[in-house]
Design a protein around this ligand. Structure first.
Ligand code: GLC
Length: 723
């Protein structure tokens, strides 16, 4: 059915709908996870569906449950408008892929597109039409638990991942039985919450809003994202759920978004608690008139919509616009033609292929942070004995935040190492729990370490300390894990740390006493096999950090794309006092954005530009500049290098970041192989948005520095002159 056909169908339905049925379409209710006997509230959803007063339900799990509820809406209500079923399919449905932050570390959007394709196929076959993903909140806040769900601190990387994930979820045809509607969230700037405290205040300049937080959403809309979710935060004093500037001025008018804006959970009702509405009727009015189309869970639209219309504080046109958007989503999904799912075709769990995809993804996401004396990969033939120690060595709890009930647990590291090292004697000791301060198990771990040729310590942060509302004021290893590391490293045996977690962690002094550190994140269903692949060298790690790892919490916010100051710290002159630095800690991060080692080595040539100068007018008319970089594998084995291209405008009316990522390519090279990598750069790469609330993008004449390297702190520079 074409877009035109949709619009005429929408008009025909609007003409027949009562006011109550219209407000009903704007209502999404939550289905209790446990819909068995004594399960949560299903009555209200069924009753509303039967009366034609419900538009959508979230958290319905199972093709049978989905069809049963859909049948009530389609066959028993007056107009038979189908429901749309939503669910948080964030990084997997039955096959759990690595957390989104881990996927970003692959610097390979194909990884997230594959996650989305597999997730869409599994979810749609089980009656889910719509996922509340991708989350594309740029964030510089490792204290914030939802950094795990983000793709890190850079807007360009986040944009590339958001577009890839939307492509993977939606494909070319949303009516297909293996595609689901995406949701760009949380609009906007949710990742900027002060103190990293979830739901907290975000006060942001227009230029930062437009240069840092909005770009992924704009690209998502251009990529055809079917829906957008409002954020819980304020945007410079105005709650995102009641912000006409962002929701309507930018999203709907400037960008032309014609999909559905859904509230986040009870975000509309929370306008009262937020201090943005005196009562729920006011909350409904503000949210609807600002641009929220569908209300999740709370029911202020349905409860107060009629009175707002009667009072003239809500226009009939706005109501019809919101309803039209909801109907358009359902038409695009093909729900009028095919409201039911084929229960016999419902996928019931991971397959060998989807597990293999998750394992490959996890291997590509891992970041080798340190590898002294090339202690990794393990020398498998010579390794007679190995101690595998730590609270996560034999854990099945490495799926990460936002995993769905019923998703199979992650495969443990210990079992995978035993399978990968059949001729190595492997001992195991937990040592300490993930949290808590009982160290009675440490001696057993020390004994195991002393008796082994080498030790693998699997430590880090449990998924319970990651995700929504899971905000930490300290970022060290929880509990007594650092005591365990100290006791094991004191044995003098070569120690490899496999670090798991959903955020950057402060590595601390122990980092000096271990030989290698592999950041494995929360790697999903194939956690163990993927870790074993990397430790044994079956996979050569090529991941890079998508977020800065600070030395200490006191440095936060600490991010690579920072603006310069008038008194920048110069590492060549550490004695200079009056510069921007701390008295009590070395300058800079523990590990920088873009950092990651390999089991081989690479050299990168200087960037070569296709031209040394270009006119601002030419750029505005679409002219481009090519940057070429030669990369060579100078080591003795195949490996991946991520060539990164950063741009800096050293002198602009609005101070620009010292570097902005504007290109990356992950290339696999055989030992000795050399290749040229090309980047095409244009106005978007050289200009920036000003503080103009109406939105002004400018490309200024002057120098542009183009850096290429294998991290945000390395590489060579060329200068382009914009005239
Ligand atoms: C949560 C999250 C949002 C999620 C929604 C539905 O509060 O903020 O990301 O999609 O509720 O579960």
């Amino acid at each position: 059915m074409s877009g035109h056909a949709h619009e005429s169908r929408i008009k025909e339905l609007l003409d027949r709908m009562t006011v109550d049925e219209k407000f009903g379409q704007l209502q999404q209710l939550a289905w209790a996870w446990d819909t068995g006997p004594g399960g949560g509230d299903t009555e209200s959803a069924e009753t509303a569906a039967r009366e034609g007063l419900l538009g959508s339900v979230l958290n319905v799990v199972g093709a049978g449950a989905s069809n049963a509820l859909q049948r009530i809406a389609v066959e028993e209500s007056r107009l038979g408008i189908p429901l749309v079923f939503g669910l948080d399919v964030i990084h997997g449905f039955q096959t759990t892929f690595p957390i989104p932050l881990a996927q970003a570390a692959a610097f390979d959007p194909a990884v997230t597109e594959k996650d989305a394709e597999v997730s869409a196929r599994e979810a749609r076959s089980n009656g889910i039409h719509w996922t509340f993903s991708p989350m594309m909140d740029v964030t510089r806040e490792p204290r914030w638990g939802r950094i795990a769900e983000s793709t890190g601190e850079d807007p360009y990387l986040t944009t590339c991942y958001a577009v890839a994930k939307i492509r993977g979820y939606q494909g070319a045809d949303l009516t297909a039985p293996d595609r689901i509607a995406a949701c760009a969230k949380h609009f906007v700037a949710y990742g900027g919450a002060e103190g990293g405290r979830d739901y907290n205040t975000v006060d942001v300049s227009e230029q930062r809003l437009r240069n840092l937080y909005l770009p992924p959403f704009r690209a998502a809309v251009e990529a055809g994202a079917a829906t957008v979710m409002a954020g819980f935060n304020t945007v410079s004093g105005v709650p995102a759920h009641a912000n006409p500037h962002t929701l309507t001025g930018i999203l709907k008018e400037a960008w032309g978004f014609d999909g559905v804006v859904v509230s986040d959970w009870t975000g509309v009702q929370e306008l009262v608690a937020h201090g943005g509405a005196a009562n729920e009727a006011e909350a409904a009015r503000r949210a609807l008139t600002a641009g929220v189309d569908m209300e999740m869970v709370s029911t202020t639209f349905v409860d107060h919509g009629r009175e707002l219309l009667a009072a003239g504080t809500l226009s009939a046109e706005r109501l019809d616009d919101a309803v039209a958007r909801v109907l358009r989503l359902k038409l695009r999904l093909g729900l009028f033609e095919r409201p039911y799912v084929d229960e016999s075709a419902a996928l019931t769990g991971p397959t060998p292929d989807t597990r293999a995809a998750a394992r490959d993804a996890a291997g590509r996401c891992m970041v080798l942070l340190k590898n002294d004396d090339r202690v990794l990969p393990l020398d498998v033939p010579a390794l007679r004995s190995l101690a595998v120690v730590g609270p996560f060595a034999d854990s099945g709890d490495l799926l990460g935040t936002w995993t769905l009930p019923g998703a199979p647990a992650s495969a443990p590291v210990l079992r995978a190492l035993r399978e990968a090292l059949p001729y190595t004697s492997i001992t195991h000791a937990v040592g300490v729990a993930p949290e808590g301060f009982d160290t009675s198990g440490v001696p057993e771990a020390v004994v195991a370490a002393v008796a082994a040729d080498a030790v693998v310590l699997v430590v880090g942060e449990p998924p319970a300390l990651s995700g929504e509302a899971a905000v930490r004021s300290e970022l060290g290893l929880p509990g007594a894990q650092e005591r365990l590391i100290d006791a094991v490293t004191a044995t003098g045996r070569p120690c490899v740390v496999v670090l798991v977690g959903g955020r950057p962690l402060t590595i601390g002094a122990w980092a000096r006493s271990v030989s290698a550190i592999l950041m494995a994140w929360h790697p999903g269903i194939e956690a163990g096999p993927a870790v074993a692949d990397v430790l044994t060298g079956a996979v050569n790690p090529g991941g890079k950090l998508p977020v800065t790892f600070p030395r200490a919490v006191g440095q936060i916010p600490l991010y690579y794309n920072h603006e310069r100051t008038g008194r920048p710290y110069d590492p060549a002159a550490p004695e200079v006092k009056y510069v921007s630095k701390y008295l009590d800690i070395a300058d800079g991060p523990e590990f920088a954005f873009g950092h990651g080692l390999s089991y081989t080595t690479f050299t990168l040539g200087d960037p070569l530009l296709s031209r040394e100068w270009i006119g601002a007018r030419e750029l505005r008319e679409g002219a481009t500049v090519e940057a070429t970089v030669a990369v060579r594998n100078t080591g003795d084995r195949e490996g991946d290098s991520v060539i990164q291209l950063y741009v800096q405008d050293p002198a602009a009316a609005i101070t620009q970041p010292v570097r902005r990522l504007r290109g990356f390519q992950r290339v696999r090279l055989a030992a000795g192989e050399e290749r040229e990598v090309r980047f095409t750069l244009g106005a978007d790469d050289f200009g920036y948005w000003t503080n103009d609330p109406a939105g002004t993008f400018t490309v200024e004449p002057g120098e542009i520095h183009i850096h290429t390297g294998d991290s945000s702190r390395t590489g060579a520079r060329r200068t382009l002159q914009i005239t």
